[in-house]
Design a protein around this ligand. Structure first.
Ligand SMILES: [Zn+2]
Length: 297
């Protein structure tokens, strides 16, 4: 689906969903122009809500979670093969132009955790990146071919967010302790979308609430009037970022997937660190040879 068709559909759904859209008068084109511009902004900033809004799909909850989601994360981890979790993936041919976003998202997860990804050969269980209007995912391992929906406005950060859903994680703002950190402003939520802000009992692994988590909603998700649906109770925190995994995001993956050294916040060395180490080791080796004339490893 083209972006313009997506935006048109979005404008229509916003009117149906009672989002601010003034009456079309003599200045109808102007009004539609404003609505169009607002819709583009909304679609880009809240792309994880589009699948629920545009698809009118009852199987989608919280904007981008596909039912069933009633299992808790501990029961839904991807299985390890020979002691390591490497998730097989396939990118649908219609998403080839977005390959970099998907690879970047998978790299971001594998760089900081013991979960890695590889192109599928014949594995029965795999993630299939599949084109849709918005971004969406099941929560946790489902078995067999498991679709992750990717829409035209999904960034690599949105893709990483969906991968974390698929690995077993829910939205941070639905945690039972969220009212100590955020306030949900119900008056600004689109009609019928309140359930996206319901709290759920789930495993938190003792990791503190993280407003900066890549799994936290943005402040205007499902806003009917452009005003905040979530505000922070404590200042100097960010909310709704989709650019990086926070230390807590890395930790929750590492704990759930029992990565070595879990709890110590250590992670696999990056290529850069590895190269730095080898260079340093090379220098030490030369120095040792110069001093001793021989080396035994
Ligand atoms: Zn989500």
């Amino acid at each position: 689906m083209s972006l313009s068709r997506l935006i048109f559909l979005f404008c229509m759904s916003m009117c149906i969903g009672h989002v601010q859209c003034g009456p079309v008068s003599n200045h109808g084109n102007e009004v539609f122009g404003d609505l169009y511009a607002n819709a583009i902004n909304y679609a880009q900033e809240n792309t994880e809500t589009l699948e629920e809004i545009l698809a009118f799909d009852k199987a989608i909850i919280e904007g981008d979670i596909i039912m069933p989601s009633d299992r808790n994360a501990v029961d839904a981890v991807w299985p390890a093969v020979n002691g390591t979790v490497s998730v097989a993936f396939v990118i649908h041919p219609d998403l080839v132009h977005m390959t970099n976003s998907m690879l970047k998202a998978m790299d971001m997860v594998s760089e900081h955790t013991c979960v890695s990804f590889h192109k599928r050969s014949t594995e029965p269980d795999y993630m299939l990146f599949y084109p849709r209007k918005g971004c969406a995912s099941y929560v946790g391992y489902q078995g067999g071919e498991q679709k992750l929906y990717i829409g035209p406005t999904c960034t690599f950060g949105n893709v990483a967010h969906e991968i974390l859903h698929a690995l077993g994680f829910h939205h941070e703002h639905t945690r039972l302790d969220r009212n100590e950190h955020i306030q949900v402003i119900e008056n600004n939520i689109q009609t019928g979308k309140d359930s996206n802000f319901d709290m759920k009992d789930g495993k938190t692994f003792g990791i503190p609430y993280d407003t900066s988590s890549i799994m936290h909603y943005g402040g205007r998700f499902f806003s009917k009037n452009g005003l905040p649906t979530i505000t922070l109770l404590k200042h100097s925190s960010e909310m709704g970022q989709r650019t990086h995994l926070t230390p807590q995001d890395m930790k929750r993956i590492r704990v759930l997937y029992q990565c070595a050294g879990t709890g110590e916040m250590d992670h696999k060395p990056s290529k850069e660190k590895e190269e730095r180490f080898l260079k340093m080791f090379g220098r030490l080796k030369k120095l040792y040879l110069r001093v001793n004339g021989t080396i035994t490893l």
